[in-house]
Design a protein around this ligand. Structure first.
Ligand SMILES: [Zn+2]
Length: 316
């Protein structure tokens, strides 16, 4: 049996058929048609499902389930995308739309960070765990929580917004309007902003050298690599970043006492250099004064598809 998983993002509309071993056996990737009506977008999604069925030599109605992981917020019933600003989605009845095309197939909808945590539970860093937390560190910070071996959907069905836990009173302004949220302090964007400041203030620095003095060439990797190579200014920025991130992890750790915390997104590719200092700082801040297992997420770009495909299993 195959389960369909959609990963709907602002750039790409990705979809895959996942088998019982949780492996993507067929996949399609089309550009997200930004600006189109949601009816046209869901028609395009239905077309992809049919194409996958054809590729697998089955009928589309034989798919066991269809799951959609999307950016943005969804309603408590898990049927409507309330707002996904970068997709231009407002009040999109995604589950009903999919049912119009595939009335016999169960359809599920979730936020993409929640789905990514579910994917790690079934096929990645959270296998055989019951309590786990995923932070995805990119231009924003997403969070997914596994509780009791299930994706936690929030007490009222609104999910979690881990990225908007405030960890610094009066900190930088966040996309949500508050100040000092995890999202304003732990993103790749924060590292890039700091790197750009260095370009202006310190013409003799490794960050300046690596980015050839061009602010547009500064990435999170520029800053982290410079710190790795021992540049003092970059090390200061990196240590501050680890300070923020360890506060976020230590806070969620006192709340949930998770078996494991995983980090996804571009920043997590920094490897041991990041994870070793992070584990030290989390231990210092931990009420329990123990090492919490903090590891890289395993599924990378496939997390959305696999997680979406597993949404049906979360209801079992
Ligand atoms: Zn916020």
């Amino acid at each position: 049996m195959y389960q369909i998983g959609f990963d709907v993002g602002g750039t790409n509309l990705k979809v895959g058929a996942v088998n019982d071993d949780k492996v993507i056996v067929a996949r399609r990737n089309v550009a997200f048609p930004k600006g189109e009506t949601y009816q046209n977008i869901t028609a395009l999604m239905a077309e992809q499902v049919r194409a996958l069925a054809q590729e697998l030599n089955i009928s589309a109605k034989d798919f066991k389930s269809i799951g959609v992981a999307t950016a943005g917020s969804i309603d408590a019933a898990g049927a409507v995308i309330l707002h996904a600003h970068n997709l231009g989605f407002h009040n999109v009845p995604m589950v009903d739309e999919m049912h119009r095309y595939f009335p016999d197939v169960p359809v599920f909808l979730a936020n993409d960070a929640d789905a990514a945590a579910l994917a790690e539970l079934h096929a990645g860093a959270f296998r055989d765990k019951k309590t786990a937390v995923l932070f995805t560190l990119g231009t924003g910070v997403g969070g997914g929580i596994i509780l009791g071996g299930k994706m936690f959907k929030g007490g009222m069905g609104r999910g979690n917004e881990l990225g908007h836990m405030v960890i610094q009173e009066g900190g930088p302004i966040c996309t949500c309007g508050n100040k000092g949220c995890i999202e304003s302090l732990c993103t790749a964007t924060w590292l890039i902003q700091q790197g750009r400041r260095v370009i202006v203030e310190y013409p003799i620095s490794l960050i300046h050298e690596k980015a050839e003095g061009d602010m547009n060439l500064v990435t999170a990797k520029t800053v982290i690599d410079s710190a790795k190579e021992g540049d003092t200014i970059a090390k200061d920025i990196f240590n501050t970043y680890v300070g923020h991130l360890s506060s976020a992890i230590a806070s969620i750790a006192v709340l949930l006492d998770p078996e494991v915390v995983a980090l996804g997104g571009g920043v997590s590719l920094a490897g041991d250099f990041l994870f070793e200092s992070l584990r030290e700082r989390v231990k210092e801040k931990s009420f329990f004064k123990v090492y919490h297992e903090v590891v890289p997420a395993q599924l990378g770009n496939d997390a959305g598809i696999i997680g979406a495909a597993m949404l049906a299993r979360n209801e079992e």
